[in-house]
Design a protein around this ligand. Sequence first.
Ligand code: SAH
Length: 250
Amino acid sequence: MNSNVRFVLVNTSHPGNIGAVARAMKNMSLKQLYLVDPKCFPHADATARASGADDLLEEAKVCATLEEALIGCELVFASSARSRRLSWPTLTPRASITAISEARAGAAVAIVFGRENSGLTNDEIAKCNYLVSIPSNPQYSSLNIAAAVQILAYELQLKSMEEQAGKGLQVEKTMKTVRLVTSDELEGLVGHFQRVMEELEFIEPGKPKTVMRRLRRLFTRSKLDVDELNIFRGLLSAVQNKFKLLNNNT
Ligand code: SAH
């Protein structure tokens, strides 16, 4: 299961932290490192702190946006210490890893980590299915990014070893025939909803924030599959066509 899990670091400032993350991942047999718009990369400090995990740095995928880093992912976690105004389903690291192990075999999964100084924005969190929060001292809750990565990577390793050991004893995973929507497909659906809602003047163009975020939360929570996505896309297109027809006739 671990080979399908990517660790995504958003806007990391210190290259040394990127190296330390690579090391933490390699220790736990993880390979897929994605860097969204890193401040300084590649950098000698990253290589030094990776101490032998520089193969992960060489193969790291550098992306311009978070959306790009999440392409193809069916399950996305945002790692954060802070509670937000807009509540988002929140899991412990262990519960997150259980959710990963219960996902469709082969499903691409991402765990997203924020900036050292300010974490992740609400809009970035809204692109994820769950928040994952490491239980820590409420008065001093923020871990170094590589330490946070280490805890999640360790839980993944532990789960994967347990699964290996229990092979044969476990009940076969149910064969899911229809896959869940990917992060980019969900973006497409939310964008389509926004266009239709603007066309119908249900929301004011350019001021969609809260309602769109709530809608996004509904979709991520309900884990849409591709068939369900297509129903929504078809319905939205039908609404648009009817609306055009009505407008042309008046
Ligand atoms: N000052 C920032 C903390 C950033 S620490 C803030 O207030 O958000 C860098 C990243 O490490 C965070 O964005 C998060 O992805 C991860 N992290 C740190 N502490 C964590 C915790 N207790 N639980 C989950 N993730 C944590």
